[in-house]
Design a protein around this ligand. Structure first.
Ligand code: NAD
Length: 244
């Protein structure tokens, strides 16, 4: 199947990659919906929605302090590195990611569209101050939540919470990339979170091909030219090999 995927990418340029939490589990970051996922322990509406944040920001930070702990300790894995290598070779033109962990950029990918924001900064909803991750992590060592250094209000992580709109510029770019893609390669996503889960439809409607590397099924499996049910790191490393 790797050879078929390599063939598809060779013959259907440009290749755009769409990643989800599944590419980062091999870096020790739990995904959401597999049996060991985060939602098995935390109700997203209680801990990761904008209404929960407005209601009880300290409680939401209880969840995010744990996530920041895991996310800041994580390192890019071979799957991230393989995608950066394919970009260097001109075989992948961009990575659209639902992940907030920043691992694609740390692995060397240059063109990364973060449609759910990232933990790189946190912001003050009252005065607009932006605070870098390092300062947030320091603040979380001594307090249950980080406060705005300018006005004292509680900060919000610059990640998209349930009930929030996605960053329009990122969504527009992701949509344009999907429509122009010769092949959209989906890696490690259940393709259940809209509007991102609608990107494969945009590629297919525009005449592009779809390929999926994922542990477990997705609603688009039947429409993928190539479908690999396996680990992202292993499959993407083999893909780099096959395209050498
Ligand atoms: P998801 O949990 O819905 O789906 C992840 C998929 O990846 C599952 O089908 C799972 O079986 C599969 N998977 C797990 N490990 C894998 C591996 N090693 N190789 C291949 N596949 C693997 O995650 P999603 O589709 O990204 O859900 C969307 C939401 O999850 C987004 O809002 C995203 O921001 C959020 N999320 C982000 C992170 C992160 O920043 N790393 C982590 C968890 C969740």
């Amino acid at each position: 199947m790797i050879e078929a995927l390599a063939e598809l990418i060779r013959n259907h340029q440009p290749c755009v990659v769409l990643t989800g939490a599944g590419i980062s589990t091999e870096s020790g970051i739990p995904d959401f919906r597999s049996p060991t996922g985060i939602w098995a322990r935390y109700d997203p509406m209680e801990y990761a929605s904008i209404s929960a944040f407005r209601r009880d920001p300290a409680k939401v930070w209880e969840f995010y302090a744990l996530r920041f702990e895991v996310l800041t300790r994580a390192e890019p894995n071979e799957g991230h590195r393989a995608l950066a290598e394919l970009e260097r070779r001109g075989l992948v033109c961009a990575v659209v990611t639902q992940n907030i962990d920043g691992l694609h950029e740390r692995a060397g990918s240059q063109d990364v569209v973060e449609v759910h924001g990232s933990i790189r900064t946190a912001s003050c909803l009252a005065c607009g101050e932006h605070v870098p991750l390092a300062d947030v992590v320091t603040a979380l060592r001594d307090a249950p939540a980080p406060w705005c250094p300018k006005c004292g209000e509680i900060l919000k992580p610059d990640v998209v919470m349930f009930g929030e709109l996605l960053p329009m510029d990122a969504i527009d770019r992701a949509s344009a990339l999907a429509r122009a893609a010769g092949v959209l390669l989906v890696v490690g996503s259940t393709l259940e979170v809209y509007p991102i889960a609608g990107l494969p439809e945009e590629t297919l409607t525009a005449g592009g091909e779809l390929a999926i590397v994922n542990k477990g099924s997705t609603p688009y499996d039947g429409r993928a030219a190539v479908r690999i049910d396996g680990g992202a790191g292993e499959a993407l490393t083999a893909l780099v090999e096959a395209l050498s």
